[in-house]
Write a protein that binds this ligand. Structure first.
Ligand code: ZN
Length: 241
């Protein structure tokens, strides 16, 4: 089985469609790590597109924000404005669907979780090499896929020592090693590369590849501006930060 693993779509339909088009000939199934909504202008289309295709989904902190499961005091001003804007555009069915998503799921020998697998409802970011290595004790599967920081990277632990690689890496999974993979963000990359990020996990061959995909940033920015969302949320798509 070859899985496309997507995270942090953030209501960016242009980025989502470009990633799905790239993934279609290369993968058999779709897994999603949450944050379908928040920041971008197409929350409903992104929820419906992913819900129709994903084999397994877990929820992100933005799902919890728009469904009232966490207090938005916790969010910065832009995230809060986006969550309020998004909440007004979702109907009862969308909110119920988002509220029903689990925090953690397992597919084969992989754990799926939006933020750190250690206390996933506290939404801790894995930003440094050490953050990632510390999180290995919080999952029991061989692999763990995460998002949340919008920064792609792969941590691994095994007898030949710890390893951490950032960016669009290709990894051959080695026997006896375990892996923690941040798949990056489809809809709002933050590593100064505006291209959408996602991962392909080939469970038979034992490989994980992070891919970067060009999409129509101008169209996504224009919709954010026309929709009345904060201008910063449009501009950061072009900066990739
Ligand atoms: Zn996010």
């Amino acid at each position: 089985m070859r899985y496309a693993v997507l995270s942090d779509i953030h209501a960016n339909l242009e980025a989502l469609q470009a990633v799905l088009a790239d993934a279609a000939p290369r993968t058999d199934a779709l897994l999603c790590l949450g944050d379908l909504v928040g920041y971008g202008a197409d929350p409903v289309a992104c929820i419906e597109t992913v819900a129709a295709r994903a084999q397994t989904l877990v929820c992100g902190n933005h799902e919890h924000a728009v469904t009232g499961l966490i207090d938005m005091e916790w969010f910065n001003a832009y995230a809060r404005a986006a969550a309020e804007w998004t909440r007004e555009r979702l109907d009862e069915d969308h909110r119920a669907y988002l509220a029903s998503l689990p925090l953690v799921a397992e597919v084969g020998d992989a754990t799926l979780v939006h933020a750190s697998p250690d206390r996933p409802d506290e939404w801790e970011y894995l930003l440094t090499a050490q953050d990632g290595f510390d999180a290995f004790s919080a999952f029991t599967t061989r692999l763990c896929f995460v998002g949340h920081s919008h920064l792609a990277g792969v941590w691994s632990l095994g007898s030949s020592g710890p390893e951490y690689r950032v960016g669009a890496v290709d990894v051959e999974l080695e026997r006896g090693r375990r892996y923690l993979v941040n798949v990056g963000s489809v809809g709002q990359p933050r590593d100064r590369d505006p291209r959408a990020a996602y991962a392909i996990w080939d469970a038979e061959r034992g490989t994980v590849s992070i891919r970067r995909i060009v999409y129509d940033v101008a169209a996504a920015r224009e919709k954010i501006l026309r929709g009345g969302l904060p201008r910063f949320l449009a501009d950061r798509l072009a900066w990739g930060s």
